[in-house]
Design a protein around this ligand. Structure first.
Ligand code: ATP
Ligand code: MG
Length: 355
């Protein structure tokens, strides 16, 4: 096990800059998730840690040792890819121990590691099968088994669950988390599924366009997003953003249609400043007075009701914990839970909360 330090890491392909100086400190045993939209540089960064991609600038160190010029096999890491990349003509067992064979490890150590990994991953009955005879979830476990048998200092995962159906993804997510609780191996996990990020991570790194937007625990990012990008990226459905301006007298947000919402905190904003009010869908509820909206679409999920509401020229999403039978076009009045509001500058998108 080891800590991983990424300092001012840069990547360019010719004149094209992909990563613009990325800093991440990962503690020994920590589970860090990289999230961000497609093309923001997640895989590139992971491949740089693995040694599969050269480092244009900055340093990457593993266990206190700079690895910039170290070949992948000397970095003591194991990577699990989205496409499991199993050898089709090798059995499950052969796939799992291939790397150990290459390292010319003693036969009894190989056998012992294989047995332990197969038990951990529920693969004992499948060891003699070929990848084509396995389900997607089982193949995924073999790919993980191949990483585990090496007992590396660091696990790197690049969207390992994205080829699985929704139910299997939820199950494997839990299994990877359990595995991490047991092995405590430092892990960097890439996904663009923000639910995976929220549920698995000790720490989330939100990236956009080759830069880090914010780093923090899942709840830090959820409760105190630094800007509208993080605010809308973390959380599903996304945080609502209402256009309007700030009224200093009484610390009030004024919507475009003139409704007033008390913020409950004093932001770093000036009177009349163009701002965006951020409200999470679960913090909206029906109320005797508040914003007058009309129902657009209702989506009952069984345990809650998601409702899309027209308000002024925009749309709001509310997640209500009770069941409702709204008619399209029905008028409903909603209010935001006090103490749960966010305020951002309309132009820069930066938070205006002081804390
Ligand atoms: N070999 C290459 N040459 C030039 N540009 C590349 C190369 N590899 C990747 N890129 C570019 O680098 C950027 C980052 O790619 P990367 O694969 O790291 O994104 P990602 O965040 O993993 O996206 P996704 O979520 O779609 O997997 C993209 O714009 C991509 O087009
Ligand atoms: Mg990728």
């Amino acid at each position: 096990m080891a800590e991983v330090n990424i300092s001012e890491a840069r990547k360019a392909y010719g004149a094209l800059n992909i990563l613009h100086g990325v800093n991440i400190d990962i503690r020994d045993g920590e589970f860090v998730v990289l999230v961000g939209p497609s093309g923001c540089g997640k895989s590139t960064l992971l491949r740089m840690v693995a040694g599969l991609e050269s480092i244009t600038g900055g340093t990457i160190s593993i266990g206190g040792k700079i690895v910039n010029n170290l070949p992948p096999k000397d970095r003591d890491i194991a990577m699990v890819f989205q496409s499991y990349a199993l050898y089709p003509h090798k059995t499950v067992a052969e796939n799992m121990v291939f790397a150990l064979r290459l390292q010319k490890q003693p036969a009894d150590l190989i056998k012992q590691r294989l047995q332990a990994a197969a038990e951990t991953l529920d693969l004992v009955p499948y060891l003699d099968r070929y990848p084509r005879q396995l389900s997607g979830g089982q193949r995924q476990r073999v790919a993980m088994g191949r990483a585990i048998v090496r007992s590396p200092q660091v696990f790197l995962f690049d969207e390992p669950l994205s080829n699985l159906d929704a139910k299997l993804r939820v199950q494997m997510r839990k299994e990877i988390k359990e595995l991490h609780q047991r092995l405590r191996t430092t892990t960097i996990y890439v996904t663009h599924d923000q639910v995976e990020a929220m549920t698995m991570a000790d720490k989330i790194v939100v990236m956009q366009g080759g830069k880090i937007e914010q780093t923090g625990t899942p709840l830090e990012l959820y409760d105190r997003p630094r800007n509208t990008f993080v605010a809308t990226f973390i959380g599903s459905p996304s945080m609502n953003l209402l256009k309007g301006h700030y009224k200093a007298d009484g610390a009030v947000f004024v919507t475009e249609t003139g409704d007033e919402i008390a913020l409950g905190f004093t932001p770093e904003a000036s009177d009349g400043q163009a701002v965006l009010l951020g409200v999470r869908p679960e913090h909206l509820s029906l109320a005797p007075s508040g914003l007058k909206t009309t129902v657009n679409v209702t989506e009952p999920t069984g345990h809650e009701t998601m409702v899309f509401l027209r308000y002024g020229s925009g749309e709001l999403v509310a997640v209500l914990s009770e069941r409702h039978d709204f008619e399209p076009g029905q008028a409903v009045t909603i209010a935001a839970r006090p103490g749960k509001l966010h305020l951002f500058d309309a132009e820069s998108g930066k938070t205006l909360r002081r804390d």
